[in-house]
Design a protein around this ligand. Structure first.
Ligand code: AMP
Length: 357
């Protein structure tokens, strides 16, 4: 168990690292942020910084020597970087989780292996494999690159009549998975944490609304039955235990309405704090950021109890952030801005939470 005053190393310097560093500071934990991008938002709020490429072994060695534990805010940490750091420090969550979640095909096989349902999927490495997969999964189906996809990037919908070879080429000819279309009624996520002692705590399952493939709104709790919510949390627990996970994890799921009730299909695992957990900053006793810092420091997990009957989180994307004066003036609105130097369309600039008592 680290003492207050210890230093948590964070790979990546985006808004997630910024909020982790701020939450740690409140508990007397120092954050040392490592990122190649000098103007990253986390650099403004951390105790120490390294601006260097993830491949710079001298910089990584100095970073490992300066911190008490290493964590990360994004899943695309290069595997060599993670292996190097693991040889020189403690890395939490363990880097095997990165290997699992960086590749959609590996991730889905892992989830299936636990007896948890995913969308039907097929591996696709060339146009001929795509033709076979499309014949077996039907249309519509969704072609996704196995690696480096986010916010709808690296995926394309295959409707009836879409040319398969062209669709495959539109994603750069990279290895893909083809997923059968899941006719979901809602998208929900479980944000949870596992401590170094194996303790597990989940927040209320929350409901997510995407606009143009980017998360727009999260509402906690999700409008699903208590039984479905409990089943979703059990899936997250099973995944975290199987991965010997330490830290905050997010599991995104589809809810499918059926005659017999609601069915859950896991879409994706994020081995980190997650946008759909931002509501916990103002809407729960312990925020997901504090929870993650507690877990990686080997501290006991905090209470995940929700404040109020309902909590909403809305992302401020691109120009939405220009609404800051009215949001500051709104009774009950909690504004969070990430300090990004440049506003771009589709860029997450901040968010606002509202707790309904
Ligand atoms: P992803 O990048 O996998 O999170 O997908 C982005 C969004 O596309 C999801 O949040 C869903 O709204 C939609 N989507 C992804 N996969 C499927 C699927 N197999 N069936 C239906 N919708 C999907």
């Amino acid at each position: 168990m680290l003492r207050p005053g210890s230093t948590i190393g964070i790979l990546g310097g985006g808004q997630l690292a910024r909020m982790l560093a701020s939450a740690g500071a409140r508990l007397g934990l120092r954050a040392h942020v490592f990122s190649p991008a000098a103007d990253d938002p986390a650099f403004e709020v951390c105790a120490a910084r390294t601006i260097a490429p993830f491949e710079d072994e001298a910089a990584l060695a100095a970073f490992a020597a300066a911190v008490d534990v290493v964590t990360y805010e994004f899943e695309n940490v290069p595997s060599d970087t993670a292996a190097f750091l693991e040889a020189h420090s403690v890395v939490r969550p363990n880097p095997r989780v990165l290997a699992l979640t960086q590749d959609r095909f590996t991730e889905k096989n892992f989830v299936r292996g636990l007896g948890i349902e995913t969308a039907p999927f097929e591996n696709v490495e060339d146009a001929a494999m795509l033709a076979e997969a499309a014949a077996s999964l039907g249309r519509p189906s969704i072609l996704k690159t196995r690696r480096f996809g986010y916010d709808g990037k690296g995926q394309t919908l295959l409707r009836e009549g879409v040319d398969l070879a062209a669709a495959f080429q539109s994603l750069g000819g990279a290895p893909c998975v083809l997923e059968g279309f899941v006719p979901f009624s809602r998208e929900v996520s479980v944000v949870a944490a596992r401590g170094s002692d194996g303790a597990f705590r989940a927040y209320d399952v929350c409901e997510n609304v995407h606009e143009r493939h980017i998360l727009a709104l999260t509402v906690a709790p999700a409008r699903i039955s208590a039984q479905t919510a409990a089943a979703a949390v059990e899936m997250a627990r099973k995944i975290a235990e199987a991965a010997d996970y330490v830290g905050v994890i997010a599991v995104e799921l589809f809810v499918v309405e059926e005659a017999g009730g609601e069915r859950l299909v896991v879409n994706e695992i994020a081995p980190r704090v997650h946008n759909s957990g931002h509501w916990t900053l103002d809407g729960a006793v312990t925020s997901q950021f504090e929870q993650h810092m507690r877990a990686v420091a080997g501290w006991p997990l905090g209470s995940t109890r929700r404040h109020g009957v309902r909590v909403e989180m809305r992302n401020l994307i691109g120009d939405d952030a220009e609404k800051w004066p009215e949001l500051l003036a709104e009774e009950g609105a909690c504004l969070h801005l990430y300090g990004k130097k440049e506003t771009r369309a589709g860029r997450k600039m901040g968010h606002v939470t509202r707790v309904f008592p």
